[in-house]
Ligand binder design. Structure first.
Ligand code: FEO
Length: 390
């Protein structure tokens, strides 16, 4: 479809996909690719290899693919780059990318292709239009960049501002702004959150390189006709602005830790703080970290097994540690049989994230009535702390 005069979306809707390297995608995926018909035919971003023939079929509706002269590679992760070898075979275009991207493409695909290496501020005239390139290393890979179509004010922002959702709607308003922001939030929490400090620099980067988009066209999901809505949301998320929310996350072997989780959640919600409860073996981690993003308090509980935290929770803690959520109040709660370990493992992760730790609780075997009361009181204490600061 034409998203602007002579600029076409030639991407893929991957409706059935439910897993993006362990990121549960409840509504599927998109791989966005854009075709610009100008004096020099240009494609911006590729698609996953299994769909490249579909992409080429879409390009054929508008132009002979052999006429593609430039392929802009904003990012080399295989969801965007694994179809590129096929484009190279058909069109032998010049691949326009950062130095790091060239190195990565050579390593991934033994790419003996024509390359044009660009740096921030470089421009490429493709006819009546000009493409300006802006390197955005570690947003979210070292090779990442954005491409700004100067005269049209279209920003091809690669993964940044994207959403994992497959829908026939191509624009934010058509999907519904609220829904588009929701999927962007899920995406941000699971992919972009560790790079919050770079996100905070986006306004300055835009100003420096004269980027004032009327459209933001990411490499996943819908296109933003309301760029301010998504850029302002990104800044809010990058500042870890919290709501009056708490999240209780747990795993359990024989329901002891589960009883503590429910009692703590009851205590928190009795203070009026919105509380969600997740089980790491039953709920998608992508959903859990989305809730953590703007929650003020996070309580994590698990049993001890062989002197360590219960393995499924260990996996979740590793995921959480990598995503680096900040500005939280944390509390651990655990059950054990004859030796502890889980409590220490959980607190260690919370400390590494710089969270304010509230002393939690551990119980042996089953929680007694008195211990359940302590768990409820812990929840009340956490709820009051949230209300003090949010
Ligand atoms: Fe959509 Fe980082 O790849």
């Amino acid at each position: 479809m034409e998203i602007d005069r002579n600029v076409y979306w030639v991407g893929i809707l991957d409706f059935p996909e439910r897993d993006f390297h362990n990121f549960t995608t409840h509504r599927g995926l998109t791989y966005n690719s854009y075709l610009i018909l100008d004096e020099h035919v240009t494609v911006v971003d590729g698609v996953k290899h299994k769909y490249v023939k579909d992409q080429i079929r879409k390009i054929e509706r508008y132009v002979d693919p052999k006429k593609i002269e430039y392929v802009v590679v904003n990012h080399i992760e295989p969801d965007h780059s694994s179809g590129l070898p096929e484009l190279a075979k058909i069109a032998n275009p010049t691949f326009v990318c950062t130095k790091k991207a060239k190195e990565g493409l050579e390593k991934y695909y033994n790419a003996d292709w024509n390359f044009k290496i660009v740096r921030s501020g470089d421009e490429l005239k493709i006819g009546e239009n000009t493409l300006r390139f802006i390197e955005t290393p570690m947003l979210h890979w070292p090779d990442s960049m954005m491409t700004y179509m100067v005269e049209r004010r279209i920003l091809f922002s690669m993964d940044a501002f994207g959403q994992h959702v497959a829908s026939e709607e191509r624009f934010d308003e058509d999907l519904g702004i609220e829904e588009a922001i929701y999927w962007a939030k899920v995406y941000y929490a699971n992919i972009i959150m560790p790079y919050a400090n770079i996100v905070l620099r986006i306004p300055k980067i835009f100003e420096k390189f004269g980027v004032n988009p009327k459209l933001i066209a990411p490499s996943h999901g819908v296109i933003w006709r309301n760029p301010d809505v998504i850029t302002e949301s990104y800044l809010k998320w990058a500042k870890f602005e919290a709501e009056r929310k708490a999240v209780v996350i747990y795993d359990t072997m024989w329901h002891s830790t589960e009883k503590l989780a429910f009692a703590i959640a009851d205590g928190i919600s009795s203070t009026g703080v919105k509380t969600s409860v997740f089980n790491v073996r039953k709920d998608a981690w992508a959903d859990i970290v989305t809730e953590i993003l703007d929650a003020k308090a996070v309580c994590i509980g698990a049993p001890t097994m062989h002197n360590h935290v219960f393995p499924p929770m260990a996996g979740f803690l590793t995921y959480l540690k990598g995503l680096r959520p900040k500005n939280k109040i944390g509390a651990a709660f655990c059950s054990y049989g004859w030796g502890s370990g889980a409590y220490e493992n959980i607190v260690e992760v919370m400390e590494s994230l710089g969270w304010e730790i509230v002393e939690g609780l551990q119980v042996q075997f089953r929680p007694s009535e008195e211990e359940l009361k302590r768990a409820f009181d812990l929840g009340v204490e956490i709820g009051k702390k949230v209300l003090e600061v949010v």
